[in-house]
Ligand binder design. Structure first.
Ligand SMILES: Cc1cc2nc3c(=O)[nH]c(=O)nc-3n(C[C@H](O)[C@H](O)[C@H](O)COP(=O)(O)OP(=O)(O)OC[C@H]3O[C@@H](n4cnc5c(N)ncnc54)[C@H](O)[C@@H]3O)c2cc1C
Length: 476
């Protein structure tokens, strides 16, 4: 075979990239292609934070590809037209990509595969994003899983370790006649500079992903089982955006920690891989129940009495001005750094859907726009889990109390102090509930409630009871 096209999508890496590896094996010339086709996302167009990441990840991929002797070709969609045009220009006969699992992308890829095959081309797709394809794991009756624990047991029984593919030593050059857009022309960066915090915190790209993994394994994996719940500590991997953009795959992670996995429960590795299991489960669910991006898996919730849409509470939540310190800290961390700790994601989501009774999709859309790791499978699972309407979800009546959660998981208040600096001088016993502090303490700490920091926008106890009442009606 003379010429192959590798269509990069959510697999922006060179190591352990099955499509790239196969193309290099099959063809003399290999064209690394990225197609920018935002119109093909159907309702879930990439959010602002993700666009920032994509810009830097594509730039990093181009640098890596050039280092090996080639260059990345970037073009504007529609995808099928671009592929056909490049085939025409270069005479490519072999087209490969790694699979993605968002419902509109599956439909698009299927149609493209059929069209190109009908044109007489050889087209193949591979799995470089998951330990197992969503259809490779199923219950004994062939049905998909809806409960995590048996799903994960089935995955473990199949085996977690897979061989991984090394970084190719070199790539064949792309002839100068093949045109490419500059990544800047995709206009992915924000017009208003709100990305300062992103730049401080993250290094998009394969190199950044591998060094983040190494740092996590060396410094935090051992304590992960306990520390993963502490937003005041750096106890998690922060690999989620790298995983979402495929700068690193789960098989590479399992490979990197295989000796720790073999040494059992104390190493933190089992607990960490279990979280990767939730990512696998989320993709399993999205594949088998694609409607869940818009509607609840548990159909009883279709008629749930969400409150009437009101801009004020939603804006207070988005801006981290609800008057509930842990909630506000989380939403400000999100705005500043494009990421939020998992425990706090659960708390802010519960506050939105239960205390404010705002539809989970409103929250999911805000996360979608502001998270650097926004991922349709994981975000849908996370929101439906908290709302109580998804697979294996927290029961609706389990409502997180953000004060107790704060006292338990941020006991000294360091997380709140960092993100809500106006409360920084409050003693730990009041930092999660400043409205309980005596006036003299508030004064000595320079806090005037209602002026420096809001009173809670809802009464936690009363709103909890109202949510439970609404849920009771749903059961009737
Ligand atoms: C309401 C809500 C929305 C969420 N939205 C997203 C999202 O858009 N994108 C996203 O990647 N995760 C999402 N999560 C899951 C989880 O919060 C993040 O994956 C995690 O906080 C990322 O940080 P980390 O990489 O340090 O995670 P670690 O604790 O280091 O975990 C390692 C990896 O496992 C996966 N993972 C961990 N927890 C989960 C989980 N509960 N569900 C699925 N995968 C998981 C992620 O890929 C993560 O990078 C959401 C959770 C909630 C409650």
């Amino acid at each position: 075979m003379n010429t192959a096209i590798v269509w990069f999508r959510s697999d922006l890496r060179l190591a352990d990239n099955r499509a790239l590896s196969k193309a290099l094996h099959m063809a003399e010339r290999v064209l690394p292609l990225y197609i920018h086709a935002p119109g093909e996302d159907d309702g879930w167009a990439m959010g602002s934070a993700s666009r920032w990441w994509l810009h830097h990840s594509l730039s990093a991929l181009d640098v890596s590809v050039r280092r090996l002797g080639s260059r990345l070709i970037i073009r504007h969609g529609p995808s099928l037209e671009v592929l056909r045009q490049l085939i025409l220009e270069t005479g490519a006969q072999y087209i490969v990509w790694n699979r993605v699992y968002e419902p509109p992308a599956i439909a698009r890829d299927k149609a493209i595969k059929e069209s190109l095959r009908a044109d007489g081309l050889l087209v193949e797709s591979f799995n470089s994003a998951l330990l197992y394809e969503p259809w490779e794991v199923s219950r004994s009756n062939g049905e998909p899983y809806k409960v995590f624990t048996p799903y994960w047991k089935a995955v473990q029984n199949r085996g977690l370790e897979h061989s991984i593919l090394p970084l190719p030593p070199s790539l064949p050059p792309v002839s100068t006649g093949v045109a490419s857009l500059a990544v800047e022309s995709l206009d992915l960066l924000p017009k208003i500079a709100w990305d300062g915090g992103f730049r401080e915190t993250w290094q998009p790209g394969e190199e950044g992903a591998l060094s983040q993994l190494q740092e996590f394994v060396d410094s935090a994996l051992g304590g992960y089982a306990v520390e993963r719940d502490r937003p005041d500590h750096a106890g998690t991997s922060r690999l989620a955006p790298h995983l979402h953009f495929g700068e690193l795959g789960p098989r590479q992670i399992v490979w990197a920690i295989r000796t720790r996995l073999a040494s059992g429960g104390q190493s933190g590795a089992e607990s960490f891989v279990r979280e990767l299991g939730w990512r696998e489960f989320a993709h399993h669910l999205l594949f088998h129940f694609p409607h869940t991006t818009e509607s609840p898996l548990n159909e009883r919730f279709v008629s749930f009495p969400w409150s009437e849409p009101r801009a004020e509470p939603m804006q207070a939540w988005q801006r981290g001005k609800t008057g509930i310190p842990l909630v506000d800290a989380g939403l400000r961390e999100l705005w500043h750094s494009g990421w939020m700790h998992n425990r706090v994601r659960m708390v802010v989501a519960s506050f939105l859907v239960k205390n404010l009774r705002i539809h989970w999709l409103e929250g999911a859309r805000w996360f979608w726009d502001t998270l650097l790791d926004a991922d349709l499978a994981n975000n849908t699972l996370g929101w439906q889990w908290v709302a109580g309407c998804g697979a294996d979800a927290a029961p609706y009546f389990r409502i997180f109390n953000p004060v107790l959660q704060g006292e338990r998981f941020d006991p000294d208040g360091d997380y709140v102090r960092r993100w809500v600096p106006e409360l920084a001088r409050l003693p730990a016993r009041f930092i999660h509930q400043p409205w309980q502090a005596p006036a003299a303490i508030l004064k000595s700490c320079g806090v005037t409630l209602g002026l420096d920091y809001p009173y809670p926008i809802v009464d936690l106890k009363a709103s909890r009871e109202q949510a439970l009442e609404a849920f009771k009606h749903l059961q009737c």
